[in-house]
Structure formats: structure tokens, C-alpha cells
Design a protein around this ligand. Structure first.
Ligand SMILES: Cc1ncc(COP(=O)(O)O)c(C=O)c1O
Length: 394
């Protein structure tokens, strides 16, 4: 299978030799700390390393088993999660599907909107206490569509959230993966740690398998998160965090980051060139960083039909509807260009284009036969390779 479906770095993007060396060193130097339970706050030397890199105190850092776990802890802390009076979470549109799934399993109301451009007032039952609310956003090279919130949008989002006293969870694992050009300030730099809980990860920059992410937040919130972490998983893996720490001490993060950026930029470019040539009726924005291209299909082709056809051709893609809570995304797919090396990207697009031709023909047949769900306007229908009406993005 050629995997455009998962947001992971391919094996050849991982510095296996460097990590093996770091694992060896973490087993011998400081073995007591690496092999014990340690602290729920994380492996202290890594905590300090992260604090120094971001210019904050170590008391403002919690090192977690991945960013996903960090987001879950932050949501529970900010809006509750253990009773049925928990509040609301505003999320960006579209947004990371795993977080939508985690929210769906909690007693919170999820409202999805184009954060930075749209806002909605809290919905409180008459006479009820104010709704506890937080905002979740991936402002930079967003999963799934690669979009980056512009500076005025960041400012507006923070201003609206501040007016009603809502904390903002900034999930930012792709921030350092900009291909070129100046970086935008992350939300936590603009709004400060009283307002923003910043979450990041080493999954996209070093490797996902060690499961190391972190939170930077106000010290009071970090204390609350440490207590919640302790109740949830006792402590994170000290060994995994010691390996990451040793790896960073030995080589720093800048060299691996640069290598990752160069590779990702080349893959993104290749994917976009091939998509333009081979799926000319699909539309997309060229990514400026991160892992993803968001492909908008013609209105004659649904993502679910394409995904099924792609599967038959040995390619996995992620249908857009998984990233939206109230419908939409039926004509969008997320493609990850990090998970496959260039030769497999080329083969993957070739197969995807064949799958799209096949799927579009099948959908046309369904429409012509008047089967339920089929459009009655099959005559003169746009086909891949001809002019087609593009569906609404999300
Ligand atoms: C926006 C976002 N947050 C969190 C994660 C998960 O990160 P981790 O592997 O550190 O749990 C991902 C991975 O795809 C992601 O895209």
C-alpha cells in the first residue's frame, strides 16, 4: 500500500542511527533516571531543554507521551470532562480528526468554525452558570488542509477568546516545518501563557514512535496538568524522553529540522507537480510547510468513492469528512506527502489518478441510472480532464 493517508514521517526521514546512539547513551549515562518511573512532569533534563529553547521556566513545561495526550489533558483541565455539565470547545474548520474523536468521547459540546474569521457566542441554558469554554486550533500548517492562520486572524481569535475569558489550546507540531520565508508568531507569544496553552511534539520532527510531546503553559495550569497526568498514566516513559533528550544534546534540533524541511519541501513540490499533471480537475493550495495537501475534487467525485477506488489500486487517502463535525468535506481528501519517499509518491499519484478516473466513471454511471444519491444532471457532466465545477472545500 502507498500511504498518503497517515500524518507520519516515512522511515527514511527518521535518523535511526542517531536515535540508536542516543538510546545507548540513555541506557548507561543517568540510567537510574531513565529506567525509573520518574516524575509525572516528565524527564527533568528534557523539561529544562524545552524550557530553554522557548525561553520559559521549566515550571511552565510538561513533557507528555505525545501531543495528542497533551491536548486531551488540556481539554479536561479547561472545560472539565468527568461530569455531564462540562462546557464547550470551539475548534477550527476543518481540524485534526483525532482531536474531534477525543472530544466526541467527552461530555463537551463541539462547535466548529473558521476561527480567526468567525466567532459564535456561548450557548448557555437560561439561568445556568456561564459555559466553561476553550478554543482548540492548529494555526500553522494545519492538519488536515495545511492552512496557516494569518497574523490578523491570530489577533482576532485571541481578542475574541480574551473577551469571554476562554483559554486557547494551540496545537502546533508543524510550526518548525516551514519550507522557507519568515515564521508567524505562535499564538502563545501573542496572547501570553495566561491565555494560551501551547502544545507541540517531537513526532513530526524527530520520530513518532518514541511518543514525546509537550505543553508550555502558565505554571498554575501546568500544576493542574501534572496532577491530571499522574491520575491518567502515573508518569510518561522516562526512557523515551531520555533518548530524545540525549539525541538533542548530541546533535541539537536544528540539523534534523533542516533535513526534514528540505526533504518535505521536495516531496511537496513533487506531489503538487504530479497532481497538476495527472489530476488536473482537482484543486489544491501549494503547501508552505507541514505535512499535508488538501485536494478538492470536482463535484462529480466524492472523497469516499475515490478513497475506496484508491484502496483497490493500493493507495490510502484520508477522506475530508473525518475532519468536520457537521458535514462537509465530502469532496476533499487529505494527502500526506511525508509518509512516502519520492519514488513512491510518483507511483502513488499515478495510481490515484487511475482510481479517480475509475471512480468518476462509476459515479457517472450511478447518476445516469438515477440510483439514489446520484445526480440527475449526468448529461454533460464534468469529468476529470475536462472543465468541472469544484465542490465547496469544506
Ligand atoms: C495537529 C496534531 N496534533 C497532534 C498530533 C499527534 O501528535 P503526537 O504524535 O505527538 O501525539 C498530530 C499528529 O498527526 C497532529 O497533526
Amino acid at each position: 500500500m502507498i500511504n498518503f493517508g497517515r500524518g507520519v514521517p516515512s522511515a527514511d526521514l527518521i535518523d535511526v542511527a542517531g536515535l540508536a546512539q542516543a538510546a545507548g547513551a540513555a541506557s548507561t549515562a543517568n540510567a537510574d533516571a531513565s529506567f525509573g518511573y520518574g516524575s509525572p512532569a516528565g524527564y527533568q533534563p528534557l523539561r529544562e531543554w524545552i524550557a530553554a529553547r522557548h525561553g520559559v521556566d521549566a515550571g511552565s513545561v510538561l513533557v507528555t507521551p505525545g501531543a495528542m495526550q497533551a491536548v486531551a489533558l488540556a481539554v479536561d483541565l479547561l472545560v472539565g470532562g468527568e461530569d455531564d455539565t462540562a462546557g464547550e470547545v470551539l475548534v477550527d474548520r476543518p481540524t485534526y480528526d483525532m482531536v474531534l474523536r477525543a472530544l466526541a468521547a467527552r461530555p463537551v459540546t463541539v462547535r466548529q468554525l473558521a476561527l480567526g474569521r468567525e466567532w459564535v457566542e456561548p450557548v448557555a441554558a437560561p439561568g445556568a452558570a456561564a459555559v466553561r469554554r476553550c478554543v482548540y486550533a492548529v494555526p500553522t500548517f494545519r492538519n488536515p488542509d495545511g492552512a496557516t492562520m494569518a497574523l490578523p486572524e491570530r489577533e482576532l481569535l485571541l481578542e475574541r477568546a480574551a473577551l469571554e475569558g476562554s483559554a486557547v489550546i494551540e496545537d502546533d507540531p508543524y510550526q518548525e516545518l516551514r519550507f522557507d520565508g519568515p515564521a508567524l508568531p505562535p499564538l502563545w507569544r501573542l496572547g501570553g501563557l495566561e491565555q494560551v496553552v501551547h502544545v507541540s511534539s517531537f513526532s513530526k520532527t524527530v520520530c513518532p514512535g518514541l511518543r514525546v510531546g509537550y505543553v508550555i503553559a502558565d505554571e498554575t495550569r501546568i500544576e493542574g496538568l501534572i496532577a491530571a497526568a499522574n491520575r491518567t498514566y502515573i508518569t510518561p516513559s522516562m526512557f523515551a524522553q531520555a533518548v530524545v533528550h540525549r539525541y538533542l544534546l548530541d546533535g541539537g534540533l536544528d540539523a534534523p529540522l533542516q533535513r526534514m524541511r528540505t526533504e518535505l519541501a521536495a516531496r511537496a513540490e513533487l506531489l503538487c507537480e504530479l497532481l497538476s499533471e495527472q489530476l488536473p480537475q482537482a484543486r489544491f493550495e501549494r503547501p508552505q510547510g507541514g505535512y499535508f495537501v488538501w485536494l478538492r475534487l470536482p463535484s462529480t467525485l466524492t472523497a469516499s468513492t475515490l478513497a475506496a477506488a484508491a484502496q483497490r489500486h493500493g493507495v490510502v487517502v484520508a477522506p475530508g469528512s473525518g475532519f468536520l463535525v457537521d458535514g462537509g468535506g465530502e469532496h476533499c481528501v487529505r494527502l500526506c506527502f511525508a509518509a512516502e519517499p519520492p519514488n513512491r509518491i510518483a507511483e502513488g499519484v499515478r495510481r490515484l489518478a487511475a482510481a479517480a478516473r475509475e471512480a468518476d466513471t462509476r459515479e457517472a454511471d450511478t447518476r445516469e441510472s438515477g440510483a439514489p444519491g446520484g445526480s440527475q444532471q449526468a448529461a454533460g457532466r464534468p469529468q476529470l480532464g475536462e472543465e468541472a465545477v469544484l465542490a465547496d472545500p469544506a
